[in-house]
Design a protein. Structure first.
Length: 466
């Protein structure tokens, strides 16, 4: 969590523009519109409340000097993120000159050679392979640790700027957020569980405004955007609701009374702390592991033969997500916070927001994705040493610790919203899981769950239907 980056006066100006300007707040009277795009398993749908998507919004405009816009890394067909497959297609179509390929953060190093097609293919390898953008962050001045060794295959990273390779998060379904960016660095104040939705909405708007401003200044290499431009981008992003609507095997995911697709999601009840597993739900309601119940109606309804077996698999996967026993151990931010060496939970213990799948509170966790044991040769490896104890940790990405400076925050990241997964492979913050099956394999190995081949198949069918 970081504060103080956006001046209070700027935040006030942004809020004033967003909430007071009829020219921006007033949309079309056409009512909700759903835009369909194809993805690897069927059709993804994005719903907007007031007419079709406005392509004149600054979100789609190149506001900087390098030809990029927000949509360069947040494409509708990729779940408003960017898939590695899309990146590779763009490279092939343009010989690596599409605006997404820029040295500032698209390359493995801002000093990489890019004068030929082959050079660009090498320079943008992490973007091409994983869809990763390079984020450069320093060791904080107040950190409880120092950088004692760097193994960067690209010869650039140092304590002044670590190279961190991360996936662009979706620019949709943002009303469910409790942290902005993987490491929450754009979250200008904590999201709190009290039932005053207005406070949290203002925090969300201010955080997204900060993120939009910084994106123009850094990713687009632009000058200071106007408060009106920022407000238009934020309002546009907040208007988007996205989910998988059609599966090539299971058919329409809102069929037979199911709640797949964006329409039900747009009406999904949410508040900070809802269904929190650690008792932070401000209503006092107890946590239920049955966090995602999109397809319950399929239990009692008959289906035509072409979809019957696929829908049965999705139902089994939904049940596994909610009830499969997992002995959760060694997760910083969870086991240490509760004082329990083993927490007997489920997928929904961490993906607890009903029918959304992220944390309903700001709860960054270290599940081990950036551990040295998972390092591949194309990732930098950093050795961090605790100033007080002399203990050392090796990691490919310190995560939240580069924002807070805290030793205990090394390797912590927020859990992303799970809707629209099929469109935005690969997965995890660094794209280290190429497929949803690889995601299941990671958790199976990490927590020694003992998932069978049938269970893996059913979980993948369920996740790709979100």
């Amino acid at each position: 969590m970081r504060t103080g980056k956006v001046l209070p006066s700027l935040i006030a100006a942004l809020l004033a523009v967003l909430f007071a300007s009829p020219a921006i707040a007033a949309g079309s009277d056409e009512g909700p519109v759903i835009q369909i795009t194809q993805d690897p398993t069927g059709q993804l749908a994005t719903m907007t409340p007031h007419g079709p998507i406005d392509r004149s919004n600054p979100f789609f405009q190149a506001l900087g000097t390098n030809g990029r816009s927000c949509s360069s890394c947040h494409a509708a067909a990729d779940g408003w993120s960017v898939s590695a497959a899309d990146v590779r297609a763009r490279f092939d179509a343009t010989d690596g000159t599409d605006p997404i390929f820029r040295l500032v953060d698209g390359a493995n190093s801002p000093l990489a050679a890019v004068s030929t097609v082959d050079a660009r293919r090498s320079a943008y390898n992490m973007l091409l392979k994983y869809g990763d953008i390079r984020v450069g962050l320093p060791i904080p001045a107040n950190a409880e640790f120092i950088l004692t060794a760097v193994d960067d295959p690209y010869g650039y990273a140092s304590a002044a700027q670590l190279s961190l390779f991360r996936r662009p998060l979706p620019a949709t379904n943002l009303r469910f957020l409790t942290g902005v960016q993987w490491d929450a660095r754009e979250t200008v104040a904590p999201f709190k569980p009290p039932m005053d939705a207005g406070i949290n909405h203002r925090v969300l708007v201010a955080s997204l405004s900060s993120q939009a401003r910084d994106a123009v200044l850094t990713h687009e290499q632009g000058s200071e955007p106007t408060a009106e431009q920022i407000a238009q981008m934020v309002q546009f992003e907040l208007s988007l609701t996205t989910a998988q609507l059609y599966d090539t095997i299971a058919g329409w995911l809102d069929g037979a009374g199911a709640m797949g697709g964006p329409r039900a999601l747009a009406n999904q009840r949410f508040y900070v702390g809802i269904n929190d597993p650690l008792g932070a739900d401000p209503t006092g309601a107890r946590f239920t592991p049955e966090a995602i119940r999109l397809f319950d109606t399929w239990i009692a309804r008959s289906h035509d033969s072409s979809h019957k077996w696929a829908r049965a698999a999705i139902l089994r996967g939904q049940k596994l997500f909610n009830t499969l026993p997992i002995a959760i151990t060694g997760v910083a931010g969870l086991n240490d916070v509760t004082g329990k060496a083993v927490i007997h939970g489920h997928c929904s213990t961490c993906h607890n927001s009903p029918n959304v799948g992220n944390h309903s509170t700001g709860a960054p966790l270290n599940i081990g994705i950036s551990a040295a044991s998972r390092r591949t040769p194309d990732l930098p490896l950093y050795t961090l040493t605790n100033i007080t104890t002399g203990e050392s940790i090796q990691t490919t990405d310190p995560g939240l610790a580069l924002i807070t400076g805290k030793w205990t925050d090394i390797g912590k990241f927020k859990g992303p919203i799970l809707r629209g997964l099929a469109a935005r492979a690969p997965y995890f913050h660094n794209g280290s899981a190429a497929t949803l099956g690889d995601v299941i394999d990671f958790y199976n190995q990490r927590f020694n769950i003992g998932i069978t081949a049938q269970q893996k198949h059913d979980l993948v069918m369920f996740l790709r239907s979100l």
